[in-house]
Design a protein around this ligand. Structure first.
Ligand code: HEM
Length: 463
């Protein structure tokens, strides 16, 4: 009986020929090998070894689930276009809620289009630019007064504060503080086995989820009862949906907001901190950036030098955009397309069975035929390229298809605004700062930079 079960585990049923690979130990699969920390700017050893052995498509088992891993850009795009259910291990599905507005087919398209209105370039220009600028300026000035700041933490504060205001409106300071505290328990439970047992990361994460949902719900209910204003995004999203055939209850609204905060906060602060590390390690890049941002301040000439950044300023940050694209390319060492395969299909000789999790790695980012010397951080390779595109046949950091990231332009704006204010000072990140990946980006020694008011970059600096 046991032998039969183990045999079945190792040889999953399929109507055709499964992609090559091994399923590892029962239940555990190959999770431990997969989760081994690795250099954040290279694909994991696990994936590299499998590619050498099996080619661009293979099967495995992770977190108790059957998984197909693909590094073929054509297949990744195809799966992204034709499969719509996000693929994630049970621990994550629990965190997100198993039937939320993002997952439900009937509501997904609608909430996507409303969210795009808010986070598309028109929305960013009109609604977010000024807040992001003020927050980045405030937090970086404070860091400069203190002599140092943690990039990841600071970016997370800027992001949470800017979105919270637009979604929830003004919040009681206690509730806002409590909300910010809850974030700390999330990354620890991200990508784990799904056991929700006291003492585990998943347990702490689920408790934090409950606490956050309660805070959000209390705030919304209080505001609705007193007629106090909710944020414009909340009104836009749910005001429009109320009265539609689709019924929207408060639980749905809160869950959507919670997931939105969660997704927004997952990658951006750590990608920004990794970008800052890459800049700090490359003096020529730092010099070129300083030149670009000094020019923006200088061009304000007679007007107030402390004036807010404008959309035109942002659009003129060509080199900064090149740095951001290059950082997105080189930090994309995780799958960017996640789906549950919803119908069996053939790829070459192989059959991809329905129900399996599909993880598409953007291996194309490291293909020497597409990117010369692909492991080098070289923003100049983006010269003359379309810097506004968030997806192409050779660039897929934000996924593709029906679940293409909704916050890509927002994330890029936040990163550029942060870099702009950073470049008003001289700063550096310790050379020993390391950036690892264990599925998520990790900074074992923190992501502190030294920055000081005394080192404000002035005209005499010769840049
Ligand atoms: C550097 C930062 C970011 C990266 C690298 C990133 C990457 C991604 C990826 C790879 C996906 C999955 C796409 C797929 O499965 O095909 C995704 C989805 C998503 N992202 Fe982002 N993201 C970032 C920042 C943000 C921000 C700041 C927000 C919100 C303000 C956001 C909102 C979303 C949403 C809502 C989805 C789900 C879309 C859907 O299911 O329809 N992301 N992102």
């Amino acid at each position: 009986m046991l032998c039969h079960w183990i045999y079945q585990w190792k040889n999953p049923k399929c109507s055709g020929k499964l992609p090559p690979g091994t399923m590892g130990f029962p239940i555990i699969g190959e999770t431990f090998k997969f989760m081994k920390p690795h250099d954040a700017f290279q694909l994991p050893e696990f994936v590299k070894k499998k590619i050498l052995r099996y080619g661009p498509l293979f099967r495995t088992s992770l977190f108790g689930a059957k998984v197909i891993i693909s590094t073929d850009i054509g297949l990744n795009m195809e799966v992204a276009k034709t499969n719509h259910v996000p693929g994630m291990p049970k621990s994550l599905a629990r965190l997100f809620g198993e039937n939320n507005l993002f997952v439900r087919k009937e509501s997904h398209k609608h909430v996507r289009s409303l969210t795009t209105q808010f986070l598309g370039s028109q929305g960013l220009k009109l609604r977010m630019m000024q807040d992001l600028d003020l927050l980045a300026r405030g937090h970086i000035d404070l860091g400069a007064s203190n002599g140092s700041l943690d990039v990841k933490e600071t970016a997370s504060k800027i992001l949470t504060e800017s979105l919270a205001k637009k979604i929830m409106g003004e919040m009681e300071p206690e509730a806002a503080k409590e909300l910010a505290l809850c974030w700390r328990d999330f990354p620890k439970g991200w990508f784990r086995f799904s056991w929700n047992i006291p003492g585990t990361g998943v347990y702490r994460m689920m408790k934090a989820r409950k606490r956050m949902m309660n805070i959000l719900k209390e705030t919304v209910l209080k505001k609705k009862a007193s007629g106090e204003e909710l944020g414009e995004f909340f009104k836009m999203l749910f005001g429009e949906m109320e009265g539609k055939a689709e019924t929207m209850n408060i639980e749905d609204e809160i869950e959507y907001i919670f997931i939105f905060f969660l997704i927004a906060n997952e990658a951006t602060p750590s990608v920004l901190a990794a970008t800052v590390k890459l800049i700090s390690d490359n003096p020529k890049v730092m010099q070129e950036l300083t030149r670009e941002h000094k020019r923006i301040v200088r061009d304000r000439n007679d007007k107030d030098k402390e004036a807010s950044l404008t959309w035109e300023d942002y659009k003129s940050m060509t080199f900064t955009q090149m740095v951001i694209n290059e950082s997105l390319r080189i930090t994309s060492t995780v799958p960017t397309v996640f789906r549950i395969i919803d119908h069996e299909f053939k790829f070459g000789d192989y059959t991809i069975p329905a129900g399996w999790i599909f993880m598409g790695y953007p291996n194309v980012h490291f293909n020497p035929e597409k990117y010369d010397d692909p492991l080098a951080f070289n923003p100049w390779r983006w010269k003359e390229k379309d810097l506004t595109a968030i997806l192409s046949k050779t660039f897929i950091p934000f996924g593709a298809g029906s679940r293409l990231c909704l916050g890509a332009d927002f994330a890029k704006l936040l990163m550029a605004t942060f870099i702009h204010h950073l470049c008003r000072y001289r700063w550096s990140m310790k050379t020993e700062t390391t950036v690892l990946r264990r599925f998520i980006l990790m900074f074992p020694g923190g992501s502190d930079i030294q920055i000081s008011k005394d080192t404000e970059v002035d005209d005499s600096a010769g840049y």
